[in-house]
Design a protein around this ligand. Sequence first.
Ligand code: ADP
Length: 633
Amino acid sequence: MKKEEKKTEVVINEPEVAVEKEPVQEAAEKKPAETSAKKTTAKKTTTKKTTAKKTAAKKTAEKSEKTEPAKKTTTRKKTVKKAAPVVEEVKEKVVEVKAAVKETVEKKKKTRKAVKPEPAVEEKIVETEKTVEAEPVVEVIAEPEAPESPRRSVVFIGSECYPFVKSGGLGDVMYALPRELARQNCDVKVIIPRYKCIPWEYQEKMVYRGAFDMDLCSDGRRFYVGIMEYVQDGVVYDFIDNEEFFSSGNPYTSIVDDIPKFCYFGKAALAALLYMDWIPDVIHCHDWQAGLVPIYLREKFNNTKLANARSIITIHNLRFQGIYNIDTIQYWSGLPDYVFNKDHLKQAYQDANMFKGGLAYADMITTVSRTYAGEIQTPFFGENLDAHLRYHSGKLRGIVNGIDVDTWDPATDPMLYEHYDISNVIEKKKVNKQKLQEEVGLEQNDGKMVLGLISRLTNQKGLDLLNAIIPELIDGNTQIVVLGSGDPQYEDSFRYYEYTYKGTISSSIMYDETRAHHIYAGADALLVPSLFEPCGLTQLNAMRYGTIPIVRETGGLKDTVEPYNEFENMGNGFTFDRYETGLLLDAINRAKTVFFTDRIRWDEMVQRDMAKDVSWAKSAAEYKNLYLELTPR
Ligand code: ADP
């Protein structure tokens, strides 16, 4: 329902649009753009250091592994005796490093100049901080003086964002990437719908920023647009408020409702930017729900202040495209006839495809892994848009997702039974495993290998393969714990298996964030046998928690999980290529062989996975570079 308040209108497509603002209440008294920019800048200074430190630390760790083979051998031997070789090795280094640090400090004091530390010393210092408690003297020196990348403003427009609303990986990315971009000198705003299902703890903290009426439909029908705001960690979240569209309990209901909902949302997001006079350099759209944004930008906002903004659209999953008949989409979007042609919105004979149109209109297309960027240009993965994507391949890039390593940190994760890090993972994971077994009704036995599955239960996720081989996996030493919801056929088959193999298989048919964390921490391995996987986040979460991924080599799974190499004792998990039951079974059996017969190597892989950089730092920098490329000054 429209809110009965005094409104002003946002006039779009007029030269020099003057957006008249109504008196804004409460906290909106401050100039909002300024407020957010200030907050972002303040945050930036501190967080930038952390990011630089982490990146440098990672580099040093890799470098020292490569350049110090003798040390590496020693470490291997130590691993046999003790389950925390990495810490031992680092401690040895710390002594060396401290000496170097002291020397540098002395020099610094003498010269009383701001001397930039030698790169080698600087890197070692940073590594010290990573694994061992930082000493004050280290803090003084480890100031990275890297030249700052130029500032850009970017707005994220998408249909979900953790922790407000999340149904899958899109929600995670909409949360973590903007935070990392804020650290990398971006002024970031995120716009999502204000669904009724957003928890009250966030709703109550939102601040009213204003409201206006917006023309939408081809017959001139107008709709209320309210803006509610919430600021956290340098990122400004604006929620588009309209109960008529967003009052259902779930962000997605049926396509019949979703088409008008996201026609409205895309235009309202741009109109809200104009209303707030927050003019970004880049408008970054996510998935089909924001598909019309690049089109509106050029067709409806071309005479506004937004006209110079560049647009990017990211494909998180090409399977969902927002397809409906042309008449309906044309009515709800109010877009002109000529955009409904076969190169833009039109699909087949009488359908319009919102994603297709967005891909054509956007200045740049990205997808969430390099492999998926190639795959979607082939008929098998292209979901009928492969030719369209081949045509636009010049502006298509693959940038792999990361995860928010602060949220996903087994050393601090408030949901875990027992915290752990790389130094005590082997012992502490046992505690988490036992608690998990107890929680989900499995026999509590540390000797069993626990295989986890955390997934939407759809045919994308390779569940046909898994269902077909479950009886063969049950060998008296293996347990399976499933968490997911989705298609009834898979929900029922997992329920059936739980019933048949009581105490050995557990199926939680639900969405449960806490249980997901318990599985990441308590399982020995995580199954991700997907038919296709644009990036996949569960394998990244798993590695971060020292759980070995068993994955099919597709999309982001291929890009993020290096197969175990028994000859060189390298790799992060077990993989298979063709989509065949026998190959999944083989991959699981290879994992079992190492788990049961060579536990030292298994434990080393656990530690290797925990040490792997799965953060957003590198990929966010790639996005930042893309923004700079699109907006040269
Ligand atoms: P997709 O986006 O295709 O669903 P991703 O692997 O990219 O798959 O992201 C899935 C995200 O959703 C992960 O963070 C995962 O932990 C979470 N997730 C999936 N299913 C569940 C569930 N049933 N309960 C809790 N979290 C889940």
